[in-house]
Design a protein around this ligand. Structure first.
Ligand code: ATP
Length: 204
């Protein structure tokens, strides 16, 4: 069984993944895989360079994300072109990583993805778990963690899928507005339910 974990910026996806890992549940991070497929030597990087030009490749041969972002930021056609190069490869690699984990003796696995719904990755999972926090808390947690001020954090939140749209697609929801102990209790309860669905005994 594969559980997709998603939520907006600073909603607590990584924190949730670590809490599940403490119960013996491994995860694949879609952001890590998206970085993996554009490493030097990967065919996606060569295709990106061929389409977008040599100035999206830095002097060290790695992808210059800032230069690429500047091109696709305001241009839907170019963004779609980039996604056509990257999305199928991310999907293929995710399937391989998930299959490798599932082949081990684990109760179930997590696919942690900020774009679970937007990228079509929800089709790869059995259930979707949304980490929900009020937007005001997302903004303060982003500003506290990252090198951005509150107005920049607000703009990032506004550009993401609306909170309500995410909740409408959730099979399960974690409310991460309280402290990390409250989060861990919800993770433990979900883990009990997921193991029951997978017909496994509770975590030791
Ligand atoms: P992103 O997608 O932006 O990388 P994320 O959804 O993985 O973020 P985390 O990195 O897990 O979110 O959490 C964001 C920040 O909020 C971190 O600094 C984390 O320590 C903090 N945080 C998460 N959950 C809680 C909580 N329940 N109470 C207080 N702080 C929290």
């Amino acid at each position: 069984m594969i559980i997709g974990v998603t939520g907006g910026i600073a909603s607590g996806k990584s924190t949730v993944a670590r809490a599940f890992a403490a119960l013996g549940v491994p995860w694949v991070d879609a952001d890590d895989v998206a970085r993996e497929i554009v490493e030097p030597g990967e065919p996606a990087l060569a295709e990106i360079a061929a389409h977008f030009g040599a100035n999206v490749i830095a002097a060290d041969g790695r992808l210059d994300r800032r230069a690429l972002r500047a091109i696709v930021f305001d241009d839907d056609a170019e963004r779609h072109r980039l996604e056509a190069i990257t999305h199928p490869r991310v999907r293929e690699r995710l399937i391989a990583h998930l299959a490798r984990l599932e082949a081990q003796s684990v109760p179930y696995v997590l696919l942690v993805s900020p774009l679970l719904f937007e990228s079509g990755q929800a089709a790869l999972v059995d259930r979707c778990l949304v980490i929900d926090v009020p937007e005001s808390l997302q903004i303060t947690r982003t500003a506290a963690r990252d090198d951005v001020d509150e107005s920049q954090a607000r703009a990032i939140v506004a550009a993401q899928m609306p909170r309500q749209a995410r909740l409408e697609r959730a099979d399960d929801v974690i409310d991460n507005a309280a402290d990390e102990d409250a989060l861990a209790r919800q993770v433990a309860e979900l883990d009990r339910r997921y193991r029951a669905v997978a017909d496994l005994p509770p975590a030791p």
